[in-house]
Design a protein around this ligand. Structure first.
Ligand SMILES: C[S@@+](CC[C@H](N)C(=O)[O-])C[C@H]1O[C@@H](n2cnc3c(N)ncnc32)[C@H](O)[C@@H]1O
Length: 242
């Protein structure tokens, strides 16, 4: 069993370690998502896409697209194009296979690249989506500033990320699940026990709620709002680029 355990502290090493980890688990990533979240993860992604429906964005960027679940769901908004960006070639390879089988897959282009130094001009996109990506950045502030740069002014960024439930007894139950059950099931199915220890540890170390909205505001975003999903196990953040 391989042991990828990236640092949960922001650094350039973290980025290299995160890429290696996702390259290692890419083949089992979608299966693990469905098993570990009992399918709720796709409901959360659909809610993220729904937050953009009224804006009818034509050019959409899905950052840290991984195996392209969110990019493919975003085609329901009938955009001209969805670009998915990720640093893991293996995750993108799985995503390309899925796009080839998807009815609107031709709208999706998957590009290998770093969210913290994106290969796009300023104001290139009408909307940005990121699901379970920002927690993995080597430099969160740098990645959020890049998002603000490539979005047109007034364009929306929607971020879906794990957070921490606060209500009793959900907090205790979820704490037990993420500490004891999730790493075991994740390790057994993915063959990488470290990766599924990194998941709860990185969630515990990551800002959520108002603290995350503050990071978005510091990166130049305005009018940030947060919506807690499933007792606060995940949160959706939406804000406008300046
Ligand atoms: C947990 S997966 C999420 C994938 C997908 N968004 C989803 O909803 O399933 C995190 C992804 O972020 C990517 N990632 C991490 N840091 C990145 C960076 N700096 N630039 C681009 N992608 C990054 C990883 O390679 C991985 O595919």
């Amino acid at each position: 069993m391989s042991q990828n355990y990236p640092s949960v502290v922001e650094s350039s090493e973290k980025k290299t370690e995160v890429r290696a980890m996702f390259n290692a688990i890419a083949g089992r990533y979608d299966l693990l998502n469905r098993v570990l979240s009992a399918g709720i993860d796709q409901r959360w992604r659909r809610r993220a896409v729904a937050l953009l429906a009224a804006e009818r964005p034509k050019r959409i960027l899905d950052i840290a697209t991984g195996t392209a679940d969110l990019a493919l769901l975003a085609t329901s908004l009938q955009p001209e194009k969805v670009i998915g960006l990720d640093i893991s070639a293996e995750m993108l390879a799985v995503g390309r296979e899925k796009a080839a089988r998807h009815a609107s897959g031709e709208l999706v282009e998957l590009i290998e690249g770093d969210a913290e130094a994106m290969p796009f001009e300023d104001n290139s996109f009408d909307a940005i989506l990121v699901a379970f990506g920002v927690r993995n950045f080597g430099d969160l502030g740098g990645g959020l500033r890049e998002m603000n740069r490539v979005l047109r002014p007034g364009g929306s960024a929607v971020v879906l990320e794990f957070s921490q439930p606060t209500a009793v007894p959900i907090k205790q139950l979820y704490g037990f699940y993420s500490k004891h059950i999730l790493p075991r099931i994740g390790g057994a199915i993915s063959g990488d026990s470290g990766a599924y220890k990194y998941l709860p540890d990185s969630v515990a170390a990551f800002p959520y709620g108002d603290a995350f909205l503050k990071r978005m505001a510091e990166a130049g975003f305005a009018s940030g709002v947060c919506e807690r999903l499933t007792f606060g196990i995940a949160s959706l953040y939406k804000a406008q680029a300046s």
